[in-house]
Design a protein around this ligand. Structure first.
Ligand SMILES: Cc1cc2nc3c(=O)[nH]c(=O)nc-3n(C[C@H](O)[C@H](O)[C@H](O)COP(=O)(O)O)c2cc1C
Length: 325
């Protein structure tokens, strides 16, 4: 199953085309709507006030409630756009965002409004694709969950701790980042391979890095391995009713690029939202002079919580790839 996400933040719609979807999957629209709602903006003081219903319209690939196996195209209309907020970003690129690299890469032809194709909004169709992947994986008893595992120096912060740091940053015209732990259970041992293209960690990392604002991906003890001894890092084996398990899971369920049957645990770090309301240094690309930038528009002071279903979606697509779906 391959997918291509299309659209821009302030264009008429965003969407995804999926190719190679297995035929006959019942499309549980209630589940899909629930997943879309978990990501949608405008529902919390911790997120952007842009209000989007994120209603999915399926144009192809579904007939009588089931997938047909032919390309599935789904679109989500953009209904709450205020492009005027972004006019100056064509000349004054936002530090931390992709305005500058987008202009360079696409020769200035890219739709810069609202971040264009670099907007966090393109994660809505990703969540749709992930929901479809989850429906397929549900039949194989694979479960995927994500939670915030770090924010502002605190490990496994409670919702109250998260809210406090986000609101404090917002009050100061600033933003915060954080990390998400994603756990996949139900994967058999033996999926993947050590080599490029088939490596389990590589497949996951590619899907995760396609999420805007993701800046690091690690597995199991991740960067913590750098501080451990082998005796601390190794996961001792034991037998449970004939099945091979490990007592700890520092490897995050992967050895040699191959799943070992333990839960696959992956951590994803998100940068703080680039668009902050404090004045910042930039350059004026028209006059080629140093400039100051004050960003208007509606932005998430923290994207980490809204990104939880997005990380799960990327993981679901990675698992489908691993399973050859
Ligand atoms: C769900 C979600 C919402 C986002 N919302 C915003 C936003 O409101 N303002 C902003 O500047 N960046 C936002 N981003 C992040 C940018 O899209 C991202 O930082 C930018 O495309 C640059 O890519 P990079 O950070 O991966 O280098 C969001 C990302 C996600 C996943």
């Amino acid at each position: 199953m391959r997918h291509i996400i299309f659209g821009e933040s302030h264009g008429p719609a965003i969407g995804v085309t999926l190719e190679g979807v297995p035929a006959g999957i019942p499309l549980d629209m209630e589940f899909i709507r629930g997943e879309m709602a978990r990501r949608a903006p405008g529902r919390s003081p911790l997120a952007t006030t842009r209000r989007e219903k994120d209603e999915v319209r399926i144009l192809s690939g579904v007939f009588e409630g089931k997938t047909t196996g032919t390309p599935l195209c789904a679109i989500i209309e953009n209904t709450d756009t205020r492009s005027g907020d972004y006019a100056k970003l064509r000349e004054l690129p936002r530090p931390g965002h992709a305005d500058y690299t987008g202009i360079v890469r696409y020769g200035g032809y890219n739709d810069y409004r609202g971040g264009g194709h670099f907007s966090g909004r393109i994660t809505a169709p990703l969540v749709f694709a992930g929901a479809l992947a989850k429906l397929i994986l549900r039949m194989r008893n694979v479960t995927i969950s994500a939670e915030v595992c770090r924010m502002a120096g605190v490990d496994d912060p409670t919702p109250e701790q998260q809210e406090a740091v986000i609101l404090a940053a917002k009050a100061e015209g600033d933003s915060v980042g954080g990390a998400v732990r994603c756990t996949v259970t139900g994967l058999p041992a033996g999926l993947g391979a050590p080599d490029y293209g088939e490596n389990t960690e590589g497949i996951f990392a590619q899907q995760m890095f396609a999420i805007p604002a993701v800046k690091a991906v690690s597995f199991g003890a991740g960067f913590g391995f750098a501080d451990l001894r082998g005796s601390q890092a190794n996961d001792p084996f034991y037998l449970d009713g004939g099945a091979v398990h490990t007592r700890t899971n520092h490897a995050g369920g992967v050895n040699g690029g191959i799943t070992n049957g333990m839960p696959l645990v992956c951590q994803v770090a998100f940068r703080p939202t680039p668009s902050i309301s404090r004045e910042q240094d930039t350059v004026d690309l028209r006059t080629h002079a140093d400039a100051k930038l004050v960003i208007k528009g509606r932005h998430d002071p923290c994207i980490v919580q809204r990104a939880l279903p997005v990380v799960e979606a990327a993981a679901a697509l990675a698992v489908c790839q691993l399973l050859g779906i």
